[in-house]
Design a protein around this ligand. Structure first.
Ligand code: NDP
Ligand code: 8X3
Length: 255
């Protein structure tokens, strides 16, 4: 039986790299994203290797997600994998300077969008049963605090705890859940975060040898191809060049 995989956010970065990696291995794919032209071009390209079903949908739009998933072709009645990848960070300003709209967008995408795809697709994963798996894109930011991470990091802490809790509820179904927690990876993620500022993007990665989307795709391929009796609960990875800073101390109170 052909393995089937649903990827949210396949128009760039990790999602696109995963689409390429799994297509090369013959998995049938459902690919989602909002940028229609990119999604259609990728789907057409990968259709040479495998069955690909593109869904132009915003993960924040619950009724659109419900309709899109309800309308999937029969070939995707069961799913071997779900990669909950669609997500973003907006800005690095300190909390008092932040725009509440940006906070809404991060919560709506990284938390609520992930909940919609998970809940709507669980029946198809459970129908597959043993060997099926969900990989949720958490982040080092879900565990380690840094200035400007506030809501972004908190959404990823949600993803981590939701992933662990979900595992409990899926005991007996054979469906596995992994929270994958990467550190610095080079992708459009930083262009989105910095509002399209290419110079800031370049400075972020300069000389750092960051993780590449292809590295993440290879890691996810490994996770979803573990023997059916093994669950990778969580996996944190960073480039060798990245490490932790010390505690910050305010020394402005001199007298
Ligand atoms: P990219 O910006 O390259 O990709 C993000 C993907 O998410 C795009 O395909 C985008 O598609 C999609 N997306 C964003 N918002 C929505 C939405 N509302 N509805 C549907 N799709 C959406 O970033 P990465 O590949 O780097 O990031 C992927 C995930 O990994 C994110 O969850 C991110 O938080 C996480 N991550 C990233 C790290 C990094 O350093 N890059 C490190 C750790 C975790 P479109 O715009 O077409 O809708
Ligand atoms: C993205 C990684 O370090 O920019 O989740 O928060 S980081």
């Amino acid at each position: 039986m052909t393995a089937t995989l649903f990827i949210t956010g396949a128009t760039s970065g990790f999602g696109e790299a995963c689409a390429r990696r799994f297509a090369a291995a013959g998995w049938s794919l459902v690919l989602t994203g909002r940028r229609e032209e990119r999604l259609r071009a990728l789907s057409e390209e990968l259709s040479a290797h495998t069955e690909v079903h593109p869904l132009v949908v915003d993960v924040r739009d619950r009724s659109a997600m419900e309709a899109a998933i309800a309308g999937l072709p029969d070939a995707f009645a069961t799913l071997r994998g779900l990669i909950n990848n669609a997500g973003l960070a907006l800005g690095t300003d300190p909390a008092p300077k932040c725009d509440l709209d940006d906070w809404d967008t991060m919560v709506d995408t990284n938390i609520k969008g992930l909940l919609y795809s998970t809940r709507l697709l669980l029946p198809r994963l459970i129908a597959h049963g043993r060997g099926a798996g969900i990989v949720n894109l958490g982040s080092v930011a879900g565990t380690w605090p840094y200035p400007g991470s506030h809501v972004y990091g908190a959404t990823k802490a949600f993803v981590r705890q939701f992933s662990l809790n979900l595992r409990n509820d899926l005991v007996g179904t054979g469906v596995r859940v992994t929270d994958l927690e990467p550190g610095m990876c080079e992708s459009e993620f930083s262009l989105v975060r910095f509002g399209g500022d290419q110079a800031r993007y370049d400075a972020t990665y300069a000389g750092a040898e960051p993780i590449q989307p292809g590295d993440i795709a290879e890691t996810i391929f490994w996770i979803l191809n573990q023997p059916a009796h093994i669950n990778i609960n969580s996996l944190e990875l960073m480039p060798v060049s990245q490490s932790w800073a010390g505690f910050a101390v305010d020394r402005s109170r001199k007298g």
